[in-house]
Design a protein around this ligand. Structure first.
Ligand SMILES: NC(=O)c1ccc[n+]([C@@H]2O[C@H](COP(=O)([O-])OP(=O)(O)OC[C@H]3O[C@@H](n4cnc5c(N)ncnc54)[C@H](OP(=O)(O)O)[C@@H]3O)[C@@H](O)[C@H]2O)c1
Length: 321
Protein backbone atom coordinates (compact mmCIF):
# COMPACT_ATOMS: atom_id res chain seq x y z
CA UNK A 1 0.00 0.00 0.00
CA UNK A 2 1.34 3.44 -0.88
CA UNK A 3 1.26 6.23 1.67
CA UNK A 4 1.05 10.02 1.62
CA UNK A 5 1.78 12.73 4.15
CA UNK A 6 -1.13 14.42 5.89
CA UNK A 7 -2.12 16.38 8.96
CA UNK A 8 -4.01 14.16 11.39
CA UNK A 9 -6.10 15.06 14.43
CA UNK A 10 -5.66 12.13 16.82
CA UNK A 11 -7.10 13.70 19.93
CA UNK A 12 -9.57 16.59 20.27
CA UNK A 13 -7.98 19.53 22.05
CA UNK A 14 -4.52 18.84 20.60
CA UNK A 15 -3.05 20.18 17.35
CA UNK A 16 -2.95 17.91 14.30
CA UNK A 17 0.28 15.91 13.80
CA UNK A 18 2.26 15.40 10.60
CA UNK A 19 1.61 11.74 9.76
CA UNK A 20 1.79 9.15 7.00
CA UNK A 21 -1.62 7.76 5.94
CA UNK A 22 -2.78 5.36 3.19
CA UNK A 23 -2.99 7.05 -0.21
CA UNK A 24 -6.53 7.67 -1.51
CA UNK A 25 -7.78 5.45 -4.35
CA UNK A 26 -10.12 6.75 -7.07
CA UNK A 27 -13.56 5.17 -7.26
CA UNK A 28 -16.50 5.37 -9.67
CA UNK A 29 -17.55 8.81 -8.46
CA UNK A 30 -14.33 10.44 -7.32
CA UNK A 31 -10.88 11.15 -8.66
CA UNK A 32 -7.56 11.68 -6.91
CA UNK A 33 -6.25 15.27 -6.93
CA UNK A 34 -2.99 16.82 -5.72
CA UNK A 35 -3.53 19.36 -2.95
CA UNK A 36 -1.75 22.70 -3.46
CA UNK A 37 -3.06 24.91 -0.63
CA UNK A 38 -5.42 24.64 2.36
CA UNK A 39 -6.44 27.57 4.60
CA UNK A 40 -6.57 27.30 8.39
CA UNK A 41 -9.88 29.14 8.89
CA UNK A 42 -11.77 29.51 12.19
CA UNK A 43 -14.22 26.85 10.97
CA UNK A 44 -11.28 24.54 10.13
CA UNK A 45 -10.17 24.72 13.75
CA UNK A 46 -13.77 24.43 14.96
CA UNK A 47 -14.50 21.24 13.03
CA UNK A 48 -11.13 19.73 13.99
CA UNK A 49 -11.84 20.46 17.66
CA UNK A 50 -14.99 18.33 17.54
CA UNK A 51 -17.07 21.26 18.81
CA UNK A 52 -18.46 22.60 15.51
CA UNK A 53 -21.99 21.52 14.56
CA UNK A 54 -20.56 19.96 11.38
CA UNK A 55 -17.97 17.82 13.20
CA UNK A 56 -18.64 14.06 12.98
CA UNK A 57 -16.88 13.46 16.30
CA UNK A 58 -14.87 10.60 14.78
CA UNK A 59 -11.10 10.25 15.27
CA UNK A 60 -8.52 10.20 13.80
CA UNK A 61 -9.50 12.77 11.20
CA UNK A 62 -7.68 14.76 8.51
CA UNK A 63 -8.53 18.46 9.09
CA UNK A 64 -9.23 21.00 6.34
CA UNK A 65 -12.62 21.98 4.97
CA UNK A 66 -11.53 23.31 1.58
CA UNK A 67 -8.53 23.97 -0.62
CA UNK A 68 -7.06 24.39 -4.07
CA UNK A 69 -6.09 21.22 -5.94
CA UNK A 70 -4.47 20.24 -9.20
CA UNK A 71 -6.63 17.72 -11.04
CA UNK A 72 -5.34 14.79 -13.08
CA UNK A 73 -5.75 16.83 -16.28
CA UNK A 74 -3.47 19.54 -14.85
CA UNK A 75 -6.20 22.12 -14.25
CA UNK A 76 -6.64 23.92 -10.91
CA UNK A 77 -9.85 23.71 -8.92
CA UNK A 78 -11.30 24.93 -5.63
CA UNK A 79 -12.93 22.21 -3.57
CA UNK A 80 -14.79 22.89 -0.40
CA UNK A 81 -17.67 22.41 1.92
CA UNK A 82 -18.21 20.07 4.78
CA UNK A 83 -19.14 16.44 4.44
CA UNK A 84 -16.26 15.28 2.23
CA UNK A 85 -12.97 14.12 3.71
CA UNK A 86 -10.43 16.55 5.14
CA UNK A 87 -8.19 18.38 2.70
CA UNK A 88 -4.89 18.74 4.60
CA UNK A 89 -3.05 15.96 2.81
CA UNK A 90 -0.79 15.63 -0.22
CA UNK A 91 -3.57 14.00 -2.21
CA UNK A 92 -7.33 13.74 -1.65
CA UNK A 93 -10.41 12.33 -3.35
CA UNK A 94 -12.60 14.94 -5.04
CA UNK A 95 -15.99 14.79 -6.68
CA UNK A 96 -15.40 16.41 -10.10
CA UNK A 97 -19.02 17.63 -10.16
CA UNK A 98 -18.43 19.97 -7.23
CA UNK A 99 -14.89 21.10 -8.15
CA UNK A 100 -14.89 24.77 -9.22
CA UNK A 101 -12.32 25.67 -11.89
CA UNK A 102 -9.63 28.15 -10.83
CA UNK A 103 -7.94 30.20 -13.59
CA UNK A 104 -4.50 28.76 -14.39
CA UNK A 105 -2.62 31.99 -13.55
CA UNK A 106 -4.19 32.32 -10.08
CA UNK A 107 -2.09 31.95 -6.93
CA UNK A 108 -3.37 28.78 -5.15
CA UNK A 109 -2.39 30.11 -1.70
CA UNK A 110 -4.34 33.35 -2.19
CA UNK A 111 -7.43 31.50 -3.40
CA UNK A 112 -7.20 29.01 -0.51
CA UNK A 113 -6.76 31.85 2.01
CA UNK A 114 -9.62 33.92 0.67
CA UNK A 115 -12.45 31.66 -0.48
CA UNK A 116 -13.82 30.74 2.95
CA UNK A 117 -13.84 34.28 4.36
CA UNK A 118 -15.10 35.70 1.05
CA UNK A 119 -17.84 33.10 0.73
CA UNK A 120 -19.45 34.15 4.01
CA UNK A 121 -20.64 37.54 2.76
CA UNK A 122 -21.04 36.46 -0.87
CA UNK A 123 -23.43 33.67 0.01
CA UNK A 124 -25.30 35.77 2.56
CA UNK A 125 -25.92 38.61 0.11
CA UNK A 126 -26.60 36.34 -2.86
CA UNK A 127 -28.59 33.61 -1.16
CA UNK A 128 -29.93 34.51 2.28
CA UNK A 129 -31.45 37.96 1.82
CA UNK A 130 -33.12 39.72 -1.11
CA UNK A 131 -30.23 42.17 -1.40
CA UNK A 132 -30.46 44.68 -4.25
CA UNK A 133 -27.86 47.02 -5.70
CA UNK A 134 -28.08 50.44 -4.09
CA UNK A 135 -29.03 49.12 -0.63
CA UNK A 136 -26.91 49.81 2.44
CA UNK A 137 -24.98 47.20 4.40
CA UNK A 138 -23.49 47.20 7.90
CA UNK A 139 -20.67 44.72 8.61
CA UNK A 140 -20.10 43.99 12.31
CA UNK A 141 -16.69 42.38 12.87
CA UNK A 142 -15.30 44.12 9.80
CA UNK A 143 -11.73 44.01 11.09
CA UNK A 144 -11.35 40.23 10.65
CA UNK A 145 -10.53 38.35 7.46
CA UNK A 146 -14.16 37.59 6.58
CA UNK A 147 -15.49 40.97 7.71
CA UNK A 148 -12.93 42.98 5.77
CA UNK A 149 -13.72 41.05 2.58
CA UNK A 150 -17.44 41.53 3.36
CA UNK A 151 -16.95 45.29 3.09
CA UNK A 152 -15.48 44.78 -0.40
CA UNK A 153 -18.04 42.14 -1.38
CA UNK A 154 -20.95 44.40 -0.49
CA UNK A 155 -19.46 47.08 -2.69
CA UNK A 156 -18.64 44.56 -5.45
CA UNK A 157 -22.28 43.42 -5.46
CA UNK A 158 -23.52 46.99 -5.75
CA UNK A 159 -24.15 48.27 -2.22
CA UNK A 160 -24.88 51.98 -2.18
CA UNK A 161 -23.46 52.51 1.31
CA UNK A 162 -21.23 50.27 3.45
CA UNK A 163 -20.62 50.77 7.18
CA UNK A 164 -17.76 48.88 8.89
CA UNK A 165 -17.90 48.15 12.64
CA UNK A 166 -15.19 46.54 14.76
CA UNK A 167 -12.80 46.90 17.65
CA UNK A 168 -9.51 47.62 15.93
CA UNK A 169 -9.41 51.37 15.22
CA UNK A 170 -6.40 51.14 12.90
CA UNK A 171 -8.05 48.43 10.78
CA UNK A 172 -11.27 50.46 10.65
CA UNK A 173 -9.38 53.47 9.35
CA UNK A 174 -7.78 51.26 6.71
CA UNK A 175 -11.25 50.03 5.68
CA UNK A 176 -12.42 53.63 5.40
CA UNK A 177 -9.43 54.37 3.17
CA UNK A 178 -10.32 51.27 1.11
CA UNK A 179 -13.90 52.43 0.51
CA UNK A 180 -16.12 51.98 3.62
CA UNK A 181 -18.47 54.98 3.81
CA UNK A 182 -18.53 55.09 7.61
CA UNK A 183 -16.94 53.26 10.54
CA UNK A 184 -18.23 52.39 14.00
CA UNK A 185 -15.74 51.58 16.72
CA UNK A 186 -16.79 48.90 19.21
CA UNK A 187 -15.19 50.59 22.21
CA UNK A 188 -15.39 49.69 25.92
CA UNK A 189 -17.69 52.74 26.28
CA UNK A 190 -21.12 51.22 25.50
CA UNK A 191 -22.89 54.60 25.30
CA UNK A 192 -20.38 55.92 22.77
CA UNK A 193 -20.65 52.71 20.73
CA UNK A 194 -24.45 52.82 20.75
CA UNK A 195 -24.41 56.49 19.68
CA UNK A 196 -22.00 55.63 16.84
CA UNK A 197 -24.28 52.81 15.59
CA UNK A 198 -27.30 55.11 15.78
CA UNK A 199 -25.53 57.85 13.85
CA UNK A 200 -23.95 55.70 11.13
CA UNK A 201 -26.22 52.71 10.68
CA UNK A 202 -29.82 53.49 11.74
CA UNK A 203 -31.20 53.15 8.21
CA UNK A 204 -29.21 50.16 6.89
CA UNK A 205 -30.99 47.44 4.91
CA UNK A 206 -28.73 44.48 5.70
CA UNK A 207 -26.45 43.64 8.62
CA UNK A 208 -23.72 41.03 8.12
CA UNK A 209 -22.89 40.00 11.68
CA UNK A 210 -19.65 38.15 12.45
CA UNK A 211 -19.58 38.78 16.21
CA UNK A 212 -22.98 38.02 17.84
CA UNK A 213 -23.08 38.06 21.66
CA UNK A 214 -22.98 41.34 23.62
CA UNK A 215 -21.85 43.65 20.78
CA UNK A 216 -24.79 42.44 18.67
CA UNK A 217 -27.26 43.06 21.49
CA UNK A 218 -25.92 46.59 21.84
CA UNK A 219 -25.91 47.26 18.08
CA UNK A 220 -29.43 45.88 17.62
CA UNK A 221 -30.86 48.01 20.44
CA UNK A 222 -29.12 51.14 19.16
CA UNK A 223 -30.15 50.68 15.53
CA UNK A 224 -33.76 49.69 16.25
CA UNK A 225 -34.09 52.62 18.61
CA UNK A 226 -32.77 55.11 16.06
CA UNK A 227 -34.55 53.83 12.95
CA UNK A 228 -36.92 56.37 11.42
CA UNK A 229 -38.79 54.17 8.92
CA UNK A 230 -39.81 51.28 11.18
CA UNK A 231 -41.59 49.34 8.42
CA UNK A 232 -38.50 49.28 6.23
CA UNK A 233 -37.10 45.74 6.21
CA UNK A 234 -33.93 45.23 8.25
CA UNK A 235 -32.32 41.92 7.37
CA UNK A 236 -29.89 40.89 10.11
CA UNK A 237 -27.74 37.93 9.03
CA UNK A 238 -25.82 36.03 11.70
CA UNK A 239 -22.60 34.64 10.18
CA UNK A 240 -20.09 34.27 13.01
CA UNK A 241 -19.95 34.15 16.81
CA UNK A 242 -16.57 35.61 17.67
CA UNK A 243 -18.00 37.57 20.63
CA UNK A 244 -20.37 34.88 21.90
CA UNK A 245 -22.75 32.08 20.87
CA UNK A 246 -26.03 33.60 22.07
CA UNK A 247 -27.95 36.86 22.24
CA UNK A 248 -30.93 37.97 24.29
CA UNK A 249 -33.54 39.85 22.30
CA UNK A 250 -36.48 41.77 23.74
CA UNK A 251 -39.53 40.74 21.71
CA UNK A 252 -40.52 44.37 21.32
CA UNK A 253 -37.61 44.73 18.92
CA UNK A 254 -39.41 42.39 16.54
CA UNK A 255 -42.79 44.14 16.96
CA UNK A 256 -41.57 47.70 16.70
CA UNK A 257 -39.49 47.28 13.55
CA UNK A 258 -39.45 45.11 10.43
CA UNK A 259 -36.50 43.17 11.81
CA UNK A 260 -35.82 39.79 10.26
CA UNK A 261 -33.03 37.60 11.66
CA UNK A 262 -31.50 34.76 9.69
CA UNK A 263 -28.24 32.84 9.61
CA UNK A 264 -25.82 31.96 6.85
CA UNK A 265 -23.47 29.00 7.04
CA UNK A 266 -23.00 25.38 6.07
CA UNK A 267 -26.44 23.86 6.48
CA UNK A 268 -28.54 26.95 5.76
CA UNK A 269 -27.29 27.47 2.22
CA UNK A 270 -27.21 25.54 -1.01
CA UNK A 271 -23.71 26.20 -2.29
CA UNK A 272 -24.71 25.06 -5.79
CA UNK A 273 -27.03 28.07 -5.99
CA UNK A 274 -24.54 30.57 -4.58
CA UNK A 275 -22.68 31.60 -7.74
CA UNK A 276 -19.37 30.28 -6.43
CA UNK A 277 -17.67 30.13 -9.87
CA UNK A 278 -18.22 33.88 -10.08
CA UNK A 279 -16.75 34.29 -6.59
CA UNK A 280 -13.69 32.19 -7.51
CA UNK A 281 -13.17 34.48 -10.51
CA UNK A 282 -13.43 37.59 -8.30
CA UNK A 283 -10.98 36.11 -5.75
CA UNK A 284 -8.56 34.95 -8.46
CA UNK A 285 -8.58 38.45 -9.98
CA UNK A 286 -7.47 39.88 -6.63
CA UNK A 287 -10.70 41.79 -5.96
CA UNK A 288 -11.76 39.94 -2.78
CA UNK A 289 -8.71 38.59 -1.01
CA UNK A 290 -6.81 38.30 2.24
CA UNK A 291 -3.03 37.91 2.37
CA UNK A 292 -1.91 34.25 2.54
CA UNK A 293 0.80 33.15 5.00
CA UNK A 294 2.02 29.92 3.39
CA UNK A 295 3.56 27.23 5.63
CA UNK A 296 4.71 23.70 4.71
CA UNK A 297 2.53 20.77 5.77
CA UNK A 298 5.26 19.33 7.98
CA UNK A 299 5.01 22.40 10.27
CA UNK A 300 1.28 21.86 10.91
CA UNK A 301 1.67 21.56 14.70
CA UNK A 302 3.24 25.03 15.03
CA UNK A 303 1.05 26.54 12.29
CA UNK A 304 -2.10 25.41 14.10
CA UNK A 305 -1.27 27.56 17.14
CA UNK A 306 -0.35 30.65 15.12
CA UNK A 307 -2.61 33.68 15.50
CA UNK A 308 -2.98 35.41 12.14
CA UNK A 309 -2.37 39.13 11.90
CA UNK A 310 -5.34 41.23 10.70
CA UNK A 311 -5.90 40.68 6.99
CA UNK A 312 -3.76 37.53 6.92
CA UNK A 313 -4.63 33.81 6.75
CA UNK A 314 -2.28 30.88 7.32
CA UNK A 315 -2.30 28.45 4.40
CA UNK A 316 -0.85 24.95 4.53
CA UNK A 317 1.07 23.89 1.41
CA UNK A 318 1.04 20.07 1.17
CA UNK A 319 2.63 19.89 -2.29
CA UNK A 320 4.77 22.59 -3.84
CA UNK A 321 3.20 23.87 -7.07
N1 LIG B 1 -21.03 31.21 8.26
C1 LIG B 1 -20.09 31.31 7.35
O1 LIG B 1 -20.32 31.08 6.16
C2 LIG B 1 -18.73 31.75 7.76
C3 LIG B 1 -17.66 31.79 6.85
C4 LIG B 1 -16.42 32.30 7.27
C5 LIG B 1 -16.25 32.72 8.60
N2 LIG B 1 -17.31 32.59 9.46
C6 LIG B 1 -17.19 32.98 10.87
O2 LIG B 1 -17.02 34.39 10.94
C7 LIG B 1 -16.21 34.70 12.08
C8 LIG B 1 -15.04 35.57 11.64
O3 LIG B 1 -14.23 34.82 10.75
P1 LIG B 1 -12.86 35.42 10.21
O4 LIG B 1 -12.35 34.48 9.21
O5 LIG B 1 -13.03 36.86 9.85
O6 LIG B 1 -11.99 35.36 11.56
P2 LIG B 1 -10.82 36.31 12.02
O7 LIG B 1 -10.05 36.80 10.84
O8 LIG B 1 -10.13 35.57 13.11
O9 LIG B 1 -11.57 37.61 12.63
C9 LIG B 1 -12.23 37.57 13.85
C10 LIG B 1 -13.03 38.86 14.01
O10 LIG B 1 -13.82 38.78 15.18
C11 LIG B 1 -13.59 39.94 15.98
N3 LIG B 1 -13.77 39.63 17.38
C12 LIG B 1 -13.21 38.62 18.08
N4 LIG B 1 -13.64 38.65 19.35
C13 LIG B 1 -14.47 39.73 19.44
C14 LIG B 1 -15.22 40.30 20.50
N5 LIG B 1 -15.22 39.76 21.74
N6 LIG B 1 -15.96 41.40 20.24
C15 LIG B 1 -15.99 41.95 19.01
N7 LIG B 1 -15.29 41.46 17.96
C16 LIG B 1 -14.54 40.35 18.19
C17 LIG B 1 -12.17 40.35 15.65
O11 LIG B 1 -11.98 41.68 16.00
P3 LIG B 1 -10.52 42.30 16.27
O12 LIG B 1 -9.95 42.60 14.90
O13 LIG B 1 -10.77 43.50 17.05
O14 LIG B 1 -9.74 41.26 17.03
C18 LIG B 1 -12.18 40.12 14.15
O15 LIG B 1 -12.85 41.17 13.50
C19 LIG B 1 -15.80 33.36 12.70
O16 LIG B 1 -16.73 33.07 13.73
C20 LIG B 1 -15.97 32.39 11.55
O17 LIG B 1 -16.21 31.07 12.01
C21 LIG B 1 -18.53 32.14 9.06
Amino acid sequence: MTHINAALVESFGEPPRYRSIPAPQADARREVAEVLAVGIHPVTRGVASGRHYASSGALPVVPGIDGVVRRADGSLAYVGGLGGGGTMAERILIDPRSAIPVPSGADPATVAASMNPAMSSWVALRGRVPFRAGQSVLVIGATGAAGSIAVKTARHLGAGRVVAAGRNRQRLEQLAADGADAIVELSPDDDATAAAFAAAAAEVDVVLDYVWGAPTELAMRAILGARTDHARLLDWVHIGSTAGPTITLDGSGLRSNALRISGSGFGSIDLRQAGLPELVAAVASGALTVRPRPVPLETIEQAWGHEDAPGERTVVIPTSA
